[in-house]
Design a protein around this ligand. Structure first.
Ligand code: FES
Length: 95
């Protein structure tokens, strides 16, 4: 079962494969920043500290939004539109 840890709170949740990062964070008990829930505003951006390979590939929409915010898609993702596939993922909140 995939595991998602959120920093700096340093809390972890076990999640189902295919769960959104935002859902994983809420499961871990963290208040997740979000606006549109639709991969278009960028409010939910988060740093991926570990486990980028365990996340779904970014869609063109996500890449566009990350680009608008000058966030490197190798390090940052949008929690409302990225699903966890497997393994351990560590995220750091940026807000
Ligand atoms: S909440 Fe708007 S892009 Fe995620």
């Amino acid at each position: 079962m995939p595991k998602v840890t959120i920093l700096p709170a340093n809390v972890t949740a076990d999640v189902e494969p295919g769960e959104l990062l935002i859902e994983a964070g809420e499961k871990a008990g963290v208040e997740m920043e979000a606006g549109c829930f639709n991969c278009s505003c960028g409010t939910c951006v988060i740093e991926v500290v570990q486990g980028m390979a365990h996340l779904e590939e970014p869609t063109p929409e996500e890449l566009d939004v990350l680009d608008q915010w000058n966030r490197d898609p190798e390090k940052y993702r949008l929690t409302c539109c990225v699903r966890v596939k497997s393994g351990e993922v560590v995220l750091r909140q940026v807000h």
